[in-house]
Ligand binder design. Structure first.
Ligand SMILES: [Mg+2]
Length: 263
């Protein structure tokens, strides 16, 4: 057994645009590298806007050691191998979705929007192009609620102010706006690192978009992946890694370089 079993290195990674290619959602270009991480016993903590059910399906496919993962952009942590007796395996780190839905229900008379709850399975399938199984997994949420905004821009500003009064945030991601508590991938990273109980561990974090920045800022080695030639994250402090390639191939290049420093 090598020193790696003490988790000298812990790798956090976003999915879309990083381990998963932006264009085809494939990760196979990183297979060799994933196997090497697994063989060395390095925990790979997936951290995504996806739900627990969605990440579970991906984690089951990818070769990696059984590690916790971060879902809904830090809104929930699924502890898996690090679950402790007496604590829930899935920890809601933000505002529970039930509270968000209660508030949204009250705001229905004032504003026009359709949340996942309003859309239902068929509506979510239609607006996301996901099949029934994937749409169902996307709807199993812990602490965030996506919605389609059907009202004016002025109304949206007012809506956002009301959410802020309830300590909620509104963020745009693709077609959907996301209502969530004050959560971040960086806060979730710190919680996970703490539970590994190795103050000397080197933490690497891989991201491609602004939502990943808090996670990169909290890491010892930030890794930024370009999308269509453009780097949208800052990996200069501390100095990090930016691979030449994009998606899974770039991910593998960066992790290979990272591992080289650990030999
Ligand atoms: Mg991404």
């Amino acid at each position: 057994m090598s020193g790696m079993t003490k988790h000298r290195l812990i790798v956090f990674s976003d999915l879309d645009g990083c381990l998963l290619n932006k264009h085809d959602y494939q990760w196979q270009d990183a297979r060799q590298c994933l196997l090497e991480l697994r063989d060395r016993g390095v925990p790979l903590i997936l951290a995504s806007s996806k739900t627990v059910a969605e990440i579970e399906a991906i984690a089951a496919e990818i070769p990696c050691v059984n590690s916790p993962f971060i879902s809904e952009n830090g809104g929930a942590i699924c502890w898996r191998s690090l679950a402790t007796a007496g604590d829930p395996e899935i920890q809601c780190a933000g505002v529970p979705r039930s509270e968000i839905l209660d508030l949204l229900a009250k705001l229905k008379s004032q504003f026009q929007f359709r949340s996942f709850r309003d859309l239902g399975l068929s509506g979510v399938m239609e607006s996301t192009s996901l099949d029934a199984e994937k749409a169902t997994a996307a709807m199993m949420r812990q602490s965030t609620e996506p919605l389609l905004w059907d009202d004016s821009e002025n109304q949206r500003t007012e809506f956002e102010q009301i959410l802020q009064q309830h300590k909620l945030t509104l963020t745009k991601g693709g077609r959907f706006w996301h209502v969530a508590g004050k959560i971040s991938k960086g806060d979730a990273l710190r919680k996970v690192v703490e539970r590994y109980r190795n103050p000397g561990a080197v933490v690497a974090a891989i991201g491609d978009s602004q939502i990943d920045q808090s996670m990169l800022d909290a890491a010892n080695v930030p890794i930024g992946i370009r999308v269509n030639g453009i780097l949208s994250v800052n990996v200069s402090c501390p100095p990090g890694i930016v691979p030449q390639s994009e998606g899974a191939r770039g991910w593998a290049e960066a992790v290979t370089e990272l591992l080289r420093n650990f030999e």
